[in-house]
Every structure is written in C-alpha cells, then in structure tokens.
Design a protein around this ligand. Sequence first.
Ligand code: NAD
Length: 355
Amino acid sequence: MKKVCVITGSSGLVGSESVEFFSEYFDVIVGIDNNMRMYFFGKEASTEWNKLRLLNSIKNFKEYDIDIRNIKELESLFKEYGSDIKLIIHAAAQPSHDWAAKEPVTDFTVNANGTLNLLEMTRIHCPEATFIYTSTNKVYGDNPNFLPLVELESRWEINQSHQYFKNGIDENMSIDKTKHSVFGASKVSADIMVQEYGKYFGMNTGVFRGGCLTGPKHSGTQLHGFLSYLMKCAITGDKYIIFGYKGKQVRDNIHSWDLVNMFWHFHQNPRKGEVYNAGGGRFSNCSMFEALRICEDITGRKMNYEYSETNRIGDHVWWVSDVSKFKSHYPEWTYKYNLLDILTQIYYANIKNEK
Ligand SMILES: NC(=O)c1ccc[n+]([C@@H]2O[C@H](COP(=O)([O-])OP(=O)(O)OC[C@H]3O[C@@H](n4cnc5c(N)ncnc54)[C@H](O)[C@@H]3O)[C@@H](O)[C@H]2O)c1
C-alpha cells in the first residue's frame, strides 16, 4: 500500500512548499493545478515556472491539470488513489479580495464549490485522511478595524491595555455581521464547510486562517503577494502604490515553510473540524512603511512609491495573529523564519531570476 498526499494549488506558494515538504514523507505526491492564477492576474503571475521546477526536481511528484470546479475529473483522480490518500492539502483558490469583486461567480465557484467538491471526494473515497484547508483572516471581515488602535510613528498598534496586545487576535473574534469582501464571503463558506465535515461527519479536518502567507516561491503581483510584489518593485524600480491608512497598516507575515510545518504537526495528530489562526504573529509582522524600509536596506536603493488616500475595501488596519491555540495543541511547533529572513530570501530568489 502506497501513502499518497494530494495537494491542490500545487504550483502556487503554499501548494509548492507543501509538495517539497511532504515529498520526504509520502510515496506519491499528487498535485492539482490548472494555472488559473494566470487567468486571475495575467502572465506575470503564471505559476507554470514553479510547476516545471517541481516536476524537474521532485521524483515522486505527479501533476494533474484539473480545475477543482470539475467534480467528474476530481472523481476519477480520487477513485484512482482511493484510501491510499492519507493527506489532502487544499491550497487552490482565487486568493485576492480585489479581484473577487470583478467576477463574484468565478470567485465563489472556485473557493466555495471547489472546496465542497474536495471535501465530498475525501468523504467518499478516503474518509480517514486528514484534510487541511488554507483559509484566511479575511473571514473576520473588517471586525479587526474596530479594535482600539493608536497611531505610532511608523505603524498602527493596538492599545496596550487590550487583551490582544500581547499575542495578537485569537479565533474567538466573530466572523459574523461584518464586511468580509466578496472574497472573504466565499472563503467563510468554505471555512465553515471544512469545519462541518469535521464536526458533522467526524472527519479529520483542520482550518488554517492565514495572515499574509509569503516566501520566495510566490508569483507576486499587484493584487496578491504583498512582500513578494513589494520586493519585486524594490529591485526593478517599478512604482509601488500604497493604499490608504497612511501606509501604517500592519500585517503579520509567515513563511510558507513555517505554515506547512504546522500542517505536518496537525497531520500527525489530527483533530476534527479545528480552526487555527496561522500567521507571523508577534514574531514576524510589519507596517507597509516598515517593510518598504527593509526592502530599501536589502537592495541598497530608494523605492519608487506613491501614496493613494483610498484604502482597499475590507483591508485590515492592524492584523497580528495569535497562534497560541495551535502552540498549545502542538507544543513542538515553532517559527523558523522571521521577517528579515523572508525578505532576504525573496530578494535572492528574484536576483537569481528563478521566476
Ligand atoms: N498568500 C497569502 O497571503 C494568503 C493569505 C491568507 C490565505 N491564503 C490562502 O492560502 C491558499 C494558498 O494561497 P497562495 O498564496 O499559495 O495562492 P497562489 O495563488 O500562489 O496558489 C494557488 C494556486 O491554485 C491554483 N488554482 C486556482 N484556481 C484553481 C482551480 N480552479 N483549479 C485548480 N487550481 C487552481 C492557481 O493556479 C495557483 O497556482 C489560498 O486558499 C489563499 O486564499 C493566502
């Protein structure tokens, strides 16, 4: 009996990191990706380079050009591997909240229906497997923007007396009665379904609500891939536009390797329908201006940027994930890469022109 791991979005940032990571632990890695990222964001965001890199370097990797909206094609793949499938990492998505408003139906069918298709295939063909879903902090909508924030010189920060000051925002924040953006709403639908397949059907499902997920394997573009795109502009001199909040908005940033290592810990001792905030937390976060300065330090040149007063709809002013719940369930997990490591790696990947 072979041990198989199925990874959707296998040419993307999280998917490709998962392919490399899990190729050590499984006999066969089955990737699913139809390069829809190029349809969403244009040629510069194509993930074809990453697919070819993986096919050339990972011996036990098989890739399928399947659209996760196509349940018939998914069915024949799940039938082929059946109960040999022990782990599913579902990372294929339409990932941008700006883009979602252009084509809400496409966004919803990829993010919500696509996830349901995969859950059903898992329930029918390999119900004992672990199912991991990469959700997002956008499921909390703009609720974080109503926290008591104070303006500091280079960033917004939460009031020191608030319970979230020490570790960041935990999973108890409401996902209800808030403006999610169209993207946030499709991700909430999927997030809830993944929980439900754990709670109702008793399957091993885990929801990881990402902050900014990042790393050198991101095909960064203006609408998605914050640090990757910022560094690209820092190197090329292309203009970077900062949208609103005085450029002091704070995001936490987790290296895709650290996230995938969370998946690995979860898979070894899975729970049913569990939810975790998964970001850089207090360990790795920055404001837009702070990130810009670090890019300038690394490249040794001034960035070409412009400030636009209008913020992105539903964008967070301050987001720092509290990962204490995950750490309490999986105490051996810890971060490996901080913000400087991440930006330095992205810089060298661009310089080597891997993309
Ligand atoms: N990158 C972030 O900052 C971030 C933050 C929070 C959550 N997330 C979530 O994490 C997951 C992975 O994000 P990422 O940054 O790796 O995205 P990515 O765009 O780099 O990778 C997603 C991959 O999925 C593929 N894909 C898209 N639609 C598909 C379809 N219909 N069928 C098959 N393949 C399809 C794309 O071609 C792409 O290669 C997504 O669910 C995203 O919403 C990302």
